[in-house]
Ligand binder design. Structure first.
Ligand SMILES: [Mg+2]
Length: 313
């Protein structure tokens, strides 16, 4: 039986993330106000042609492939190694971007460390490297009613590259927001639902890290002026920026352009924005021109179709 809702959201969330990534790639690291993107462009920061996607998409596709193959964290780390060394699941057979913490985790794995302990745990190891790649987990958790069981899976897949409690909490917030959006479509509702869930059920040792995310759950968060939204690669900044862009836009297109034009970590902020916006039923209209620009689109179409078959089986 075709699960129409699951199919629509899965496609919109995954393609939303990929489109956000490729829109942000040419202007990554640029300072806000020094450029203005209105559509798909190419070249720029990495000198790649239009439609080129980066590590955000490659690592997400590694996860998707790994789930379809019923792999574990070890087989996922093997895929990350192939991504870095052989250009596995890249647009042109070669990696051109990777986060420092993720690269260090992969290097630890190659030295024989078990995946669970590969993610570094320092205060400065809290980049957005997990949020850029974990959105597909949502689709295997849709029917899991137990918050603790959902968390266990999210933490398992976060720790392989990012082990600090702030990163763990950031992953839980991101996945729970996506799940709430799947059920209810409203970002405001999702923010309050996830806040209540975390207040009541988040495991004790992670609770202090909720302080880092206070702004997101403030009822006036979406009214904050753009000047007060940072778009760096710090997990808290990236999550704030993505949520803010979705909450301050009425279409998918508007949300992505807002995210890209914030500057700095444009590809990851826009990829997260795209996943969140794709999950909102009202915002899933991804411009066809943007979708058609995706390099190796047929290959990605096949992977995402297989993933939908896997999730709906
Ligand atoms: Mg990237």
């Amino acid at each position: 039986m075709v699960d129409t809702k699951m199919k629509e959201r899965l496609f919109a969330t995954l393609y939303g993330g990929i489109v956000g990534d490729l829109m942000g790639v040419p202007v990554e690291f640029k300072k806000r106000g020094t450029f203005h993107v209105e559509g798909v462009i190419g070249y720029g920061t990495y000198n790649q042609p239009p439609g080129t996607w980066s590590d955000d998409t490659s690592l997400t596709l590694c996860l998707v492939k790994n789930m379809i193959e019923k792999g574990d964290t070890r087989s996922l780390m093997d895929k990350f190694v192939r991504y870095m060394e052989q250009g596995y699941l890249t647009p042109f057979g070669e990696m051109f971007d990777i986060g420092i913490t993720t690269a260090e985790a992969v290097s630890s794995y190659k030295k024989g460390i078990v995946p669970e302990y590969c993610g570094k745990t320092g205060e400065f190891d809290n980049g957005n490297g997990t949020l850029m790649r974990i959105a597909p987990l949502v689709f295997v958790l849709i029917n899991e009613c137990d918050f603790n069981k959902r968390n266990a899976l999210v933490l398992q897949y976060t720790k392989i590259t990012h082990g600090h409690p702030r990163s763990l909490v950031g992953s839980i917030i991101y996945i729970e927001l996506l799940l709430s959006l799947y059920r209810n479509n409203s970002l405001e509702f999702a923010l309050s639902e996830v806040y209540n869930l975390l207040q009541n059920y988040l495991q004790h040792e992670l609770c202090t890290e909720l302080n880092a995310y206070t702004r997101i759950f403030d009822e006036n968060f979406l009214n904050i002026p753009e000047n007060d939204i940072k778009s760096s690669g710090y997990i808290v900044h990236s999550l704030e920026a993505a949520i803010w862009c979705v909450g301050n836009s009425s279409t998918f297109k508007e949300a992505i352009l807002k995210a890209v034009n914030l500057g700095e970590d444009t590809d990851t902020v826009a990829a997260m924005t795209g996943a969140l916006a794709g999950m909102c039923n009202q915002m899933d209209e991804i411009p066809g021109e943007w979708l058609n620009s995706i390099v190796k689109k047929q290959e990605i179409d096949d992977i995402i179709e297989d993933f939908y078959e896997f999730c709906s089986a």
